[in-house]
Design a protein around this ligand. Structure first.
Ligand code: NAD
Length: 294
């Protein structure tokens, strides 16, 4: 049993903290939202009155917050009061440079740290089937792995500080681009008189095969569990896809990488979001491309 402080008990953090409780850890949490705190309490999390109170006895601190500025603010508030030997893990999706800055702050205090963003969405958080992609020292990873594995099915050490965030945005850039590619192919197929099922049967067993097609098919029918069969309710909201594509573009600019399709995908998702689809599943972009349901 480990004393874990969990800061940020929202859609992802709430069920992740609940899974740590189920695994037998002692979890003390805090969130600015009273509703999130109430839910966490009913999941067995001991809710503190402030971040400072939550981390007081912690051996491991986990943050699951909206963006880099929230993570840097919480980490700078707590790091000086943590016990020696405390491991600090950020599971939020944030920009690579903020992640590296957070590691630097922990290092200055002599604390071990890890960036460990996740893939798998709210369903993965609830079912403890997330994939964690971690960046930081091997020693920090080895300590974190048994804890992260109680919230996920796969935990990958991607490299040094920031490598987890780098892997996350690269993966999600592939996802955004591939979803647009699959959606465009279905739109073209429709114009050419091809049935959705025929295109799916061919492409899913041919060189066009990819996750956006076989697991998350953007048209209703071929993959019954995809959000297309549920009026494009998320799933993975278009607003979050846009956030990740913007992070990828920021990183591309900072590192000098050429990512023209990533830039185009970010632009298309900005238009889709701007048309009022922030809360739709990101596969709903097919309707936008078709021009039918704006
Ligand atoms: P959310 O908005 O539901 O939860 C974030 C929580 O942080 C909120 O409850 C908010 O009140 C709390 N918070 C903000 N500032 C705080 C502070 N200073 N102290 C304490 N609590 C604070 O968001 P989410 O969907 O849980 O996502 C969290 C992170 O996970 C984001 O970085 C997101 O990009 C990433 N992520 C989300 C998904 C998803 O499908 N939702 C999937 C993968 C990764």
């Amino acid at each position: 049993m480990t004393n874990i402080a969990f800061i940020g008990l929202g859609n992802m953090g709430g069920p992740m903290a609940a899974n740590l409780v189920k695994a037998g850890h002692s979890v003390t949490g805090f969130d600015l939202s009273p509703a999130s705190c109430d839910q966490a309490r009913s999941d067995g999390v001991s809710v503190a009155g402030s971040t400072a109170d939550a981390v007081r006895e912690a051996e491991v601190v986990i943050t699951m917050l909206p963006a880099g500025k929230h993570v840097l603010s919480v980490w700078s508030d707590i790091l000086s009061s943590l016990k020696e030997g405390t491991l600090v893990i950020d599971c939020s999706t944030i920009d690579v440079s903020s992640a590296r800055k957070a590691h630097g702050m922990a290092q200055e205090r002599g604390l071990m740290s890890l960036d460990a963003p996740v893939s798998g969405g709210v369903g993965g958080a609830k079912g403890a089937t997330l994939t964690f992609m971690a960046g930081g020292a091997k020693e920090a990873f080895d300590r974190a792995e048994p804890i992260l594995s109680k919230m996920g099915k796969k935990v990958v050490h991607c490299g040094d500080a920031g490598a987890g965030q780098a892997a996350k945005i690269c993966n999600n850039m592939i996802l955004g681009i591939s979803m647009i590619g699959v959606a465009e192919a279905f739109v073209l197929g429709e114009k050419l008189g091809l049935s959705h099922q025929a295109l799916f049967d061919v492409a899913s067993t041919s060189s066009g095969q990819c996750w956006s097609l076989t697991t998350y098919c953007p048209v209703p029918g071929p993959v019954p569990t995809s959000p297309a069969n549920n009026d494009y309710k998320p799933g993975f909201a278009a607003a979050l896809m846009l956030k990740d594509l913007k992070l990828a573009q920021e990183a591309a600019l900072a590192s000098g990488a050429s990512t023209p399709l990533g830039a185009e995908a970010a632009q298309l998702y900005a238009l889709f979001n701007g048309a009022g689809h922030e809360e739709d599943d990101f596969s709903g972009i097919i309707n936008f491309l078709r021009g039918g349901k704006e």
